[in-house]
Design a protein around this ligand. Sequence first.
Ligand SMILES: Cc1cc2nc3c(=O)[nH]c(=O)nc-3n(C[C@H](O)[C@H](O)[C@H](O)COP(=O)(O)OP(=O)(O)OC[C@H]3O[C@@H](n4cnc5c(N)ncnc54)[C@H](O)[C@@H]3O)c2cc1C
Length: 467
Amino acid sequence: MKKVPYDLIVIGSGPGGYSAAIRAGQYGLKTALVEKQARLGGTCLLVGCIPTKALLHTADVWQRIVHADQEGIHCENPRLDYPKVKARKDAIVNKHSNGVAMLLKRAKVERLAGYATLLGNGKVEVQSDSGVQTIEARNIIVATGSEARMLPGLEPDPDFILTNIEILNLAAVPKSLIIIGAGAVGVEFASIFHRFGTEVTVVEMLPRIVPVEDEDISKELDRVFRKRKIRVETGARAENIRKTGQGVSLTLTTREGKQEQLEAEKLLVAVGRKPNTENIGLDRTKVEMDRGFIRVNPYQQTAEPGLYAIGDVVAGTPQLAHVATMEGMVAVAHMAGKPAIPINKNRIPGCTYTEPGIGSVGLTEAQARAQGYQVKVGRFPFAGNSRATILGHHEGFVKVVSDERYGEILGVHIIGPEGFELVAEAVAAMEAEATVETMVHTIHAHPTLYEAVGEAFNAVYGLSINA
Ligand SMILES: Cc1cc2nc3c(=O)[nH]c(=O)nc-3n(C[C@H](O)[C@H](O)[C@H](O)COP(=O)(O)OP(=O)(O)OC[C@H]3O[C@@H](n4cnc5c(N)ncnc54)[C@H](O)[C@@H]3O)c2cc1C
């Protein structure tokens, strides 16, 4: 076999790339990781999952202080120091980005700074301020991630027209914010800034918000958002978006066809993520593409020998950090000759960190019916859960979608306090191929939020106790 300097070159240090590189190091593969940005961690750590959740946490603390009198605690004139909120968020990001550097070093992964381009035949060109070099490996993983899609004719800017990057750098809480797009990113920012006191309007072209979720979840989030005075316009179009000097204005066409001029201090575009597959040399390989995404087999192999792809660039799996990480584990295990278990797309949890929070896994009720299952649903509201009462978060429910024939768990959909944490039990149950019956006999500690999950499994048989 031809001798090459590396067993593996990973391009990109997001959750997919850095985890794959560390695992490769653990398996004893000589590994290099190329990253074009100064800091490690990719979208997730630098401008995605982590900074948003840091802000959401502070928004939550702020709300608790503002409403503390409900719990008998009187806080006179609480004041939000947003620059400090932002500094805390930045410190969390920096700490973990440095942590990634330390973990890579420990796994003996060589870090190369620069922009990587595939040259074909296992070769990669790395361009940096200090020049251009070509490196070679037996295997390459493309983990170049994604960036925010923009609406045609719009360019992001730090002051008015924002993506997930600019909005995380605002110096102050905006008075008003229009968000275009009500997927996970859009509704999370709605939830953050609404709680900090911003007047928020969400405009979604599709008939419902969080459109990939079970319909009942969308309805509940829509209901809660409206109750909290977040304006939600679904089935609506935003056009003629322009900067006014003080802010942004646009023409809204509502679901009923009425037109209205909307103005706000800031506008966030959250209409999806474009895979970073342009200008990385894929045209010099045999890689097959699907509308800009890279096609892979169950072991993350592309059609080019020795070239794998993972994470947000991959066709057919959701753009989520934990998907990127697991795809990296599969790819590295496969190339290292270790047991590699392909991803089961039906067992990928989806979490949306709104308030109430959403956690879901598996088929929605509509998907299960469309696939011909004998669907039996169990549903339990958090209103019947004593821990939810203690926390003062009564909204939402747990919904179990099962097949009547064998009690197979097809999907679990949660909206409520810590819904994004509670879904873990359902994911483990499905991975272990537990049935509804198993979950009915699983003891749930009291008083906990996850008792609501146990109750929802009982509800499949009409046997929940507290509702
Ligand atoms: C606001 C927001 C919130 C999110 N919240 C969540 C969440 O709560 N949970 C969740 O699971 N997911 C969340 N996501 C999605 C998550 O961030 C992505 O799914 C995840 O980051 C994808 O990981 P990745 O490794 O594929 O790519 P990325 O994280 O995008 O990393 C790709 C890396 O490759 C580098 N790169 C690109 N091209 C080159 C090149 N040619 N040469 C060298 N380096 C290159 C980039 O600089 C980047 O560092 C969120 C996304 C956003 C925008």
